[in-house]
Ligand binder design. Structure first.
Ligand code: ZN
Length: 866
């Protein structure tokens, strides 16, 4: 292991040398792979007299500098690479290394998964393949020759275009791939193996033909069609929306089972976790179909935002990720429903990013330092990063935002840049100086807006006071007020928005203000009646709102802003639950408002399902100073039961009206019907009545659609375990050969709120399908358990001990997955003394484990420091 070393953004310097071209030859075989690398080096800093090449976890066999074979005295080995004396403006370095993909369990660099050789090089995997200046601001052209046994690896793929093939002696063959577009090493990819595939073509807007292919395990080809359709839609969308055309002759996607991340945008050769490629009606849920469409798009969009314009260093990760998440969110909104997409994006932001931002690992979207960059592929960099781009989009409006993006592409294509360059392009079109706005990049934690209003009936004026409450950062330092767009509606008694006329508010466009003061007192005139406040419409800024003057039932029924109708129902439910936890009776007005929504036949069904969804345990936990999971869980169940009891007949009627067991189409209406029907069933099941449980079991048996079957199975597991046994056995035996469905099976059991989960999870580890070397299975079983608040925070402390055991065990072979898991302990500072003592023992045990990776150490030390 490398010694832990903190790397600071302020220390960034351009590389002394760069590489302009790289010719690679891979000889792939069982056991080991030989890599022959010829690099053209150019000096950038005239004072530099030696070159450092990054490299780890491989054997160096031979090394030449300009045709001179170097012996051990002519260069220096260091912990993380080699240093060669070099005092010349250009040079050629050739290095031959041997690597061992079969033994590579960290899944970084070149590794073998299920018989397939594949790569994962972002952020720093390429240094496990060959010696290189492995940093994103060194961009070069790559030519890759791959030699492998033809029977074992009939398919050999690289970046760029295929320029040559040949059959060799001894059953071998070769392929040469040439990528003419300079790129950093983290975008290098290689795949070799025996794979099935489907093919298609896309004609770009200038009439160029692009060959498209998706590769997968043989037998799964039919499950790739949804991914292919999604790819073609993405290519068309990026042309229509941003005028961006694809640049190579081929676009290949490969699905593999063992992958640390979701997917990787390697130039012309995306490598995907099979979870984000394979789907058909019998194996995928509606959520899976949507997820595939979005991830395929995300990786495709990186071709412009990430690949052609890349990051100067890893502190700038949000430059490509925040922007590309924003782009994929807009794409999904255009393909499906803008409103439901927005609600889902915000839900995800709050459940993941807000939690991270409130905890010990909080960091700005552009971090200033890190020990292990792998730990910064976070919800903050990605999702809060996307919200920051969205605020710019709101500020500029569609047309100017597009013009600013054109400026960005025109000026920086082919370069490695930072968020400053991006913001420069935005500034060229912005009506407002962005200096203060930039704080979103450098500050951390979620601000709260404390809002109050006063209505002057005589003067027909409304005064709105907005106070920004800015938390201190993780080091206890004060932070400054933000600038942001703020969507607002003043709603009259009939549900219509009043026109905003203000002598002192800065109005960007109708319904959107620009706020930049720590305290703002805004006056609105010609307000003819006391208005209802609809605040932060469409979630215009990633902030929390505190306001005692919101009429939730009214907004739930009447707000013209769909997002805020959802928001009103969400916050009203939270407040109702909190009053119950204080010992008060259930608020009858909430029950009534819920009934109004349930009876509203005009609502689009997916949206109605959103309005009828109660807050999760995690949402409620975020609001507690000291966690009390039991209290949250109990009050949620009581509220569910009360709603189900009150509206039992209506819920049963609603379900029978929309239930379609034989429909598995994935259009908006069919998905909406399923979501609403599953939501209603979820409420009814809390009654634990036999006829309803039988209805649920029948849905599991009858439905052809995986969303409905899984929803039924999940509810049976929690509320009718006596009936669940048979259904779970049936599911297991039907699908045991399909890893993706077994992930769902393990995840469902580990997420259950029923007692005894820990014992069942421990037993499931011995199941022949389970394999702790496969990240998806670990995430499904162990990850789901660690995210199950009822089981993880069990008062015995056994949940903590189990997850700590797994962190230590998995860290021994895959530090990246282990450091993801250790995040489960992030609420350490918010536990009762008893729970904190128990968790503290486990955290110390992890921290003191010999040979702990830097990945896990960085997170554990931050958690223990609170
Ligand atoms: Zn990405």
């Amino acid at each position: 292991m490398k010694q832990p070393q903190t790397i600071h953004f302020r220390d960034y310097q351009q590389s002394d040398f760069t590489i302009t071209s790289c010719l690679l030859e891979f000889i792939i075989d069982n056991g080991s792979t030989r890599v022959d690398n010829v690099m053209t080096i150019v000096r950038q800093n005239l004072n530099a007299k030696e070159i450092h090449l990054d490299g780890e976890m491989m054997d160096l066999e031979l090394l030449w500098l300009n045709d001179v074979l170097l012996n051990e005295e002519m260069y220096r080995r260091e912990e993380d690479g080699i240093v060669i004396p070099l005092d010349a403006d250009t040079a050629q370095i050739r290095v031959i290394t041997r690597i061992y993909p079969d033994e590579n369990t960290a899944l970084e660099g070149l590794y073998r998964s299920g018989g397939i050789w594949c790569t994962q090089n972002e952020p720093e995997g390429f240094r496990r393949i060959t010696y290189f200046i492995d940093r994103p601001d060194v961009m070069c052209t790559f030519t890759t020759k791959i030699i492998a046994n033809k029977a074992m690896c009939p398919i050999v793929l690289g970046n760029g275009n295929l320029v040559g093939t040949a059959t060799l002696e001894n059953g071998k063959h070769l392929a040469i791939w040439d990528d003419p577009i300079p790129k950093p090493s983290y975008l290098f990819a290689l795949v070799a193996g025996d794979l099935g595939s489907i093919h298609d073509v896309f004609i770009t807007m200038s009439g160029k033909k692009v060959d498209l292919a998706i590769y997968c395990d043989r037998g799964n080809e039919e499950k790739c069609h949804h991914a292919m359709r999604s790819l073609k839609k993405s290519m068309a969308w990026d042309e229509e929306t941003y005028g961006r055309e694809y640049d190579l002759d081929v676009y290949n996607i490969v699905a593999v089972d063992s992958f640390n991340m979701g997917a990787m945008e390697n130039k012309g050769l995306n490598i995907f976790n099979s979870h984000y490629v394979l789907a058909d009606e019998t194996s995928a849920t509606d959520g899976d179909f949507m997820g595939i469409e979005s991830v395929i798009a995300h990786e495709y969009f990186h071709n412009w935002t990430g690949n052609r314009i890349t990051c100067r260093n890893w502190f700038e990760l949000t430059l490509k990720e925040g922007l590309t998440v924003f782009r994929d969110q807009c794409f999904s909104a255009d393909m499906n429903s803008r409103l439901n997409q927005r609600i889902d994006d915000v839900k995800s932001l709050r459940e993941r990013q807000f939690v991270e931002d409130a905890g010990p690992t909080a960091h700005p979207i552009k971090p200033q330092q890190f020990i292990e960059i792998n730990n910064f592929y976070t919800a903050t960099v990605y999702e809060k990063g996307a919200e920051v781009i969205r605020m710019l989009h709101t500020l500029l409006g569609e047309d100017k935002f597009r013009r600013a993006m054109d400026m960005y592409f025109d000026h920086f294509d082919g370069k490695a840049v930072g968020t400053e360059e991006f913001l420069w392009a935005m500034q060229t079109q912005s009506p407002i100086d962005l200096t203060q706005f930039k704080r979103w990049y450098s500050q951390e934690r979620t601000p709260t807006l404390k809002i109050s209003s006063h209505y002057d009936e005589v003067g027909q004026r409304l005064t709105l006071k907005i106070v920004q409450s800015i938390p201190k950062d993780t080091h206890g330092r004060e932070q400054l007020p933000y600038a942001f767009p703020f969507g607002i509606g003043l709603v009259d008694g009939y549900g219509s928005d009043m026109i905003l006329k203000s002598p002192n508010a800065m109005l960007l466009h109708e319904g959107v203000l620009w706020i930049e003061n720590g305290v703002s007192e805004l006056i609105f005139e010609e307000i003819t009646m006391a208005p209802r406040l609809s605040l932060n419409r469409n979630f215009s800024a990633p902030v929390k709102i505190e306001c005692a003057q919101i009429d939730y039932p009214f907004l739930m029924a009447h707000d013209t802003d769909g997002f805020n109708r959802y928001e009103a129902s969400h916050v009203y439910a939270i407040e109702t639950l909190e009053s119950m936890m204080r010992g008060e009776a259930i608020n009858p007005l909430f029950i009534e408002a819920f009934g109004v929504i349930l009876n509203d036949a005009s609502l689009e069904m997916m949206f109605k399902a959103q309005l009828l969804t109660l807050p999760s345990i995690n949402t409620m936990m975020q609001r507690q100073e000291i966690l009390d999971v039991e209290a949250v869980h109990t009050s949620l169940e009581v509220l569910k039961k009360h709603l189900a009891h009150t509206y039992k007949e209506i819920l049963i009627r609603e379900i029978s009206a929309i239930y379609e067991p034989k429909n598995s189409a994935i259009d908006a209406l069919s998905m909406g019907r399923r979501a609403l029907s599953n939501r209603c069933l979820g409420l009814l099941m809390s009654l634990e009545s036999d006829p309803i449980s039988m209805m649920c079991l029948n849905r599991y048996r009858e439905s052809v659609n995986m969303s409905s079957r899984l929803a039924a199975l999940d509810l049976l597991e929690i509320y009718a375990p006596h009936l669940a046994v048979e259904a779970l056995n049936d599911f297991y035996h039907q699908h045991r050969d399909q890893t993706l469905l077994m992930n769902k099976y393990f995840s469902l059991l580990a997420s259950s709120y029923r007692g005894g989960v820990l014992e069942r999870v421990k037993e499931l580890q011995a199941d022949e399908v389970y394999d702790n070397k496969v990240p998806n299975l670990v995430r499904a079983l162990i990850g789901s358990f660690a995210r199950n608040p009822v089981a993880f925070y069990d008062e015995s402390g056994k949940g903590f001990a189990f997850v700590a055991d797994k962190v230590i065990e998995i860290d021994g072979f895959n530090p990246q997955i282990a450091s993801g898991l250790v995040g489960a302990f992030k609420n350490y500072g918010r536990l009762t003394i008893d729970q904190k003592t128990k968790m503290g023992i486990e955290l110390e045990r992890i921290k003191n484990h010999p040979n702990l990776s830097n990945n896990v150490r960085e997170i554990v030390e931050k958690i223990l420091a609170v």
